[in-house]
Design a protein around this ligand. Structure first.
Ligand SMILES: Nc1ncnc2c1ncn2[C@@H]1O[C@H](COP(=O)(O)OP(=O)(O)O)[C@@H](O)[C@H]1O
Ligand SMILES: [Mg+2]
Length: 317
């Protein structure tokens, strides 16, 4: 549905995109991540025809974003970073206005607006002026304008930024609903949003793609985490047995609770057998094993591993 090939963008003497390439299949929901200034919004603006690339090309449903900009815009719903709403318009007027400027045939307008209103939960505020609405509702109106011409593709630039935790949950649920019916590119700083809503993750850093894959694929790139184990038994004896039977692993006491001790076993380069070896040494010595689990890498670990150093870049710029 979306093909992006070696996109570059210069703003004056600053290069914001340094050759971005990716593809999005129909129905995919892409989490588009990256630190501030990475180039997410620039990429989205090029895809939606609001900005011209310096070089490279992009197509949406086979249409070139530069040469067939109108055809592309008809197929894309776009929620920009700062939602441009007309405060003095009523919600229903605004949505009708959006269908008109996007060329929705008059016969379909009513049904198209009704669908957007239903999906975004706007029934209660249709008669209100947009300026009266809370930020959460404004964002829902922003999403409604993005889907009102029934585009197959949605490009959402930080839809939950600036919302309170309740509003974030609301808008996140809405984005999940929209993801069931659309191909979506969603940029956000909330990694839980990506964990819940996205089938694939693309991480951009300093104008380049540094990761592109499913969450499982990205998590698998991280070194396996430490082992946490809670054991009932004499601490000194446990540590002595560990030193003997788990060479190459650093074992430390993490927490003492009642008669149990929690140990953290840094497995170094050792793989899965450490779990077995640890369990065996505990049981063979007659200690009780109360908990044994591996700390799992998170999307945040992947993000940090791939994008740290941005502060330095910013400081230099
Ligand atoms: N209109 C502009 N003029 C000059 N530089 C810009 C403009 N818009 C963005 N930039 C720069 O391009 C880079 C990428 O910005 P942007 O695409 O907004 O990143 P993101 O959305 O990932 O935070 C940043 O260094 C930003 O300062
Ligand atoms: Mg941005």
């Amino acid at each position: 549905m979306i093909e992006v090939e070696r996109l570059e963008k210069w703003y004056g003497f600053a290069q914001a995109l340094k050759g971005i390439s990716f593809r999005v299949a129909t129905g995919e929901v892409i989490g588009f991540l990256g630190p501030n200034g990475a180039g997410k919004s620039t990429t989205m603006k090029i895809l939606t025809g609001f900005l011209l690339p310096t070089s490279g090309r992009a197509t949406v449903d086979g249409f070139d974003v530069v040469e067939d900009s109108l055809a592309v815009r008809r197929r894309i719903g776009y929620l920009p970073e700062s939602t441009p709403l007309y405060g003095e318009m009523r919600v229903d007027e605004y949505l009708r206005f959006c269908t008109e400027i996007r060329g929705v045939p008059a016969s379909r307008c009513k049904a198209a607006i009704a669908r957007a209103v239903e999906l975004c939960g706007l029934e209660r505020v249709l008669g209100k002026d947009i300026v009266e609405l809370s930020k959460g509702f404004r964002q829902r109106v922003g999403l409604a304008q993005a889907i009102v011409h029934e585009p197959p593709v949605l490009i959402l630039d930080e839809p939950t930024s600036g919302l309170d935790p309740n509003q974030i949950v609301e808008v996140r649920k809405l984005v999940q609903r929209l993801g069931a019916e659309h191909t979506v590119i969603l940029s956000t700083h909330y990694l839980q949003e990506v964990e819940k809503s996205c089938s694939r993750v693309i991480i951009v850093h300093q104008g380049r793609i540094v990761a592109d894959g499913t969450q499982q694929e990205l998590l698998a790139t991280q070194p396996s985490g430490a082992l946490r184990a809670r054991v009932r038994g004499p601490e000194a004896a446990v540590l002595a047995r560990c030193a003997e039977l788990l060479p190459g692993c650093a074992v430390a006491v993490a927490e003492r609770t009642g008669d149990a001790v929690e140990y953290r076993v840094d497995v170094g380069s050792a793989g899965a057998p450490v779990e077995q070896a640890f369990a065996r040494l505990v049981v063979e010595n007659g200690f009780d094993l109360l908990l044994l689990e591996r700390e799992r890498a998170t999307l945040e670990d992947v993000f940090r591993a791939l994008t740290l150093g941005s502060e330095k870049e910013v400081a230099r710029a």
